[in-house]
Structure formats: C-alpha cells, structure tokens
Design a protein around this ligand. Structure first.
Ligand code: CS2
Ligand code: MG
Length: 408
C-alpha cells in the first residue's frame, strides 16, 4: 500500500492549523497535525515543498523507516519546524494503519493501560473572586485537576490569564492574537513572586486539600527564582510547577531540583529525545510536556516517554488550543497506551474548530478517552475548513517594565 497523494491543508477556524492529509493507493486517508503556533506557514512549506515529493510511492505501513528517513535524511536534524513536519507525516501514517487494521491507534501501541486519561483544565482570574468563579466553572464541567494562573497587581496583562469569566461560562482564552505583529505584555518577576503563593493559599483555603492543582511559570524565572517559587509553593501541594526556568539551560534545573520538592514539568518547546537527555538521566524533572505535534509525532514522543519511564518520569502531554484536534487525538492514544502516564492538558477547542475537525474523543467525569474509531478517530470536513483562510496570528512578547525583552 503506497502513499499516492500528499495534501497540506491550512485552516483558521478562530486560530490557524496545519493539517497533512495522505491518501494511499488503496484510497485510505490519514490525517496529521503540524501546527506550530505563529510559524504555521514554515511547516506548511516544509511539508508541501520538501517532504511531499519524498513521500509519494513510499510504503505507507513502514512508519518507523519513514520517521528515520525524514529525521536523518535531510542532514539538518531536530528543531520545531522539522519536528512538526515529521509529526504530521507520522500521525497520518498511524491513522492509515489503524484504519487498515480496523483498530483505534491505542490498540496498535499495545492496548489500554487505564480506563481514562486524567485531564487538567485552565482557570485564571485577574482577582481572587474571578479566579474562584473560573475554578467553579471547571468543577461543574467535571474537571478533577486545575491549572491556576492569576493576574499580578501592577501588570496590565499576564500571559496565560484570560478575560475574567462569569459563572457558567466556558474558558475561552486564545493566546495567539490575530494581529500581523505580536502584541506586547509587561513583566515584573518580583511582583509575581510576591503574589503567587498567596493565590495558592487562598485557593487551598477555598477548595480544600484534595483538588489537584498545577501552575505554569512560562519560562520567566532564573533557576534561583524558580527554586524560590517551588519552595514557597510546597505547603500547597502542587501536582507540578511547569517551565519555572527556560529549558535550554538544563543545568539550571539542578539548582531548582536541589532546593525544592515541588514536582517539575518541562518540555512543551522541546522536540526530541536528545533535548531531554540530562533532564531525564539526572531526574531533574517529574513530567515530560512535549506533544506528539511538536516532538515528531507518536513515534517521536514514544521514544521520549519510554526513555523517561526508566527514570520514573511520567507524561504530562501539552494540550493547548494550538495543538489541533488531530494532534490531541494522537496524544490521547498515547495517554491510554503507555505505562508512565501522568496527566493530560485539555484546553477545549472552540465550536468552529470542532465543526471543521469531527472528533470521536470524549471528556467525562474529569477523564479523556480517544474513542474506538479506527485510526486516530478525527475526520476533517474540508468544505468547512475551506471557509476559514489562514490569518496571521502571534503569541505576545514580554518586556520588563524598563523595556528589556524578557522570556515568557
Ligand atoms: C501553555 C501554552 O499550555 C500551556 O502550558 O504554555 O499556552 C503555550 O504557551 C502555547 O501552546 C504556545 O503555543
Ligand atoms: Mg505551558
């Protein structure tokens, strides 16, 4: 069964998505997600101009060989654009294999290891009452684990904090603004470090000790500041503190690790097993945050997670809205199959996105399931997709109050 046709589909039902569609000589189709937030066109070109011609005529079921061919073949290895493109091909091939076998992909990965994948949702608020409303809304939806982000006094906007919600509303925060250049936000680390422990103290006082709580520091701290935050959050028993310091300085995590027992999650910007080498072998983290979409697909992420398992490190797959429903489905098949599952992030896509991508995964009682449809279980309505043209959209940039460019 050969790959016969390669199509790259860009659609923007509220945000941009890059989808690869492969069709085999037998007429079986597979979908893959190559969405790279704010750099979508680079992946689309990589796929259409460089990868597509290599795929036509290849055996569709040779998934590992195609992965290695695309990883080792071009000489230039790793990097977000390359690995998102490889991811799209890899997912589409697993989708095809599942459809041919008549089985959901998780069955091909070794079958079910758990009844469902514990999911965490996002709650944020510019004030404590607004944050509590957001937490109540998620609890009403069934969430058992909640990421807490809060506005910081003195800062006009903080990345990861959406508009305040009213009771009963759905969390609807899209980090990428549909503007031709990124909007700018400001940042004050000292104000943040003063404020956040009190937020968690208040949340614990309001919601009790059992609710699973998480926090994302979005790479904004030095290792020493990360250690300080980790320590100050210890009394509030977090499931994890995410991206306390930029992950490219892997040695920095030694400093954090030696100073705090707050569990650490890292990796949404990492894209290969090599990026995790020291983080995993030195046990500097507790959770791997990469997604199939940004780490070479199911095949690429499986390599990372199997490596992590040896060191008792678990998965915490990135699931923002910039991972398409196809990428989300790929994550869920892995979540159900692997042994070292930790938690799955869930930012629910907007209604228009879910009209374009028809999903068969489910969320109930705080747990996600990939569904039993053969393959990944996501169908693309191409007519609906065609109604939404690519629209430039970018994540914000972050500057200190004196104008210095900062991490976010
Ligand atoms: C965030 C994301 O989900 C998360 O943990 O860090 O919102 C992330 O910033 C975006 O996916 C970037 O594209
Ligand atoms: Mg994050």
């Amino acid at each position: 069964m050969k790959i016969e046709k390669v199509e790259v589909i860009l659609t923007s039902p509220g945000r941009n998505f890059v989808t690869l569609k492969l069709t085999t000589s037998d007429g079986v189709t597979g979908l893959g997600d190559g969405t790279l937030n704010g750099r979508e066109l680079a992946v689309a070109s990589y796929l259409a101009d460089h990868v597509g011609p290599l795929l036509v005529g290849r055996e569709a079921t040779n998934i590992e060989d195609t992965w290695q061919y695309l990883y080792r073949g071009p000489y230039w290895r790793r990097g977000p654009v390359t690995m998102a493109a490889i991811a799209a091909v890899d997912m589409a091939l697993w989708d095809i294999l599942g459809k041919v076998a008549g089985l959901p992909v998780y069955q091909l990965l070794g079958g079910r290891s758990r009844r469902g994948a514990l999911a965490y949702g996002h709650a944020s608020g510019t004030t404590l009452p607004a944050l509590f409303t957001a937490v109540h809304n998620l609890l009403d939806d069934g969430f058992k684990a909640i990421r807490i982000q809060a506005g910081v006094p003195g800062l006009a906007r903080v990345y990861g904090v959406g508009s305040d919600q009213v009771a009963g509303a759905r969390y609807d925060y899209e980090p990428a603004a549909r503007t031709s250049v990124p909007i700018q936000e400001d940042w004050d680390t000292a104000a943040y470090l003063r404020h956040i422990p009190g937020v968690f103290e208040a949340v614990r006082a309001e919601f009790g000790p059992e609710l699973t709580l998480l926090h994302d520091a979005h790479h904004r701290l030095t290792p020493n500041q990360g250690a300080q935050l980790g320590r100050s959050l210890e009394p509030f028993d977090l499931f994890w503190l995410e991206d306390c310091t930029p992950a490219e300085n892997q040695e920095g995590l030694r400093r954090v690790r030696s100073q705090t027992t707050t569990p650490l999650a890292i990796g949404e910007v990492l894209n290969s097993v090599f990026d995790y080498q020291h983080l995993i072998t030195e046990q500097l983290i507790d959770y791997v945050r990469s997604s199939p979409t940004h780490a070479g697909g199911i095949t690429g992420l499986r390599k990372i997670l199997d490596f992590a398992a040896i060191y008792q490190i678990k998965s915490g797959i990135h699931g923002p809205t910039d991972v398409s429903p196809v990428g989300m489905a790929a994550a869920l098949h892995l979540d159900i199959a692997i042994h070292n599952f930790g938690i799955q992030e869930l930012m629910v896509h907007n209604a228009r996105t879910l009209e374009v991508f028809r999903t068969s995964y489910t969320f109930a009682g705080g747990f996600l399931n990939p569904g039993e449809s053969p393959g990944l279980g996501v169908e693309l309505d191409e007519e609906a997709a065609g109604a939404f043209d690519y629209t430039p959209a970018y994540l914000p940039v972050n500057r200190l109050l004196d104008g210095t460019m900062h991490d976010w």
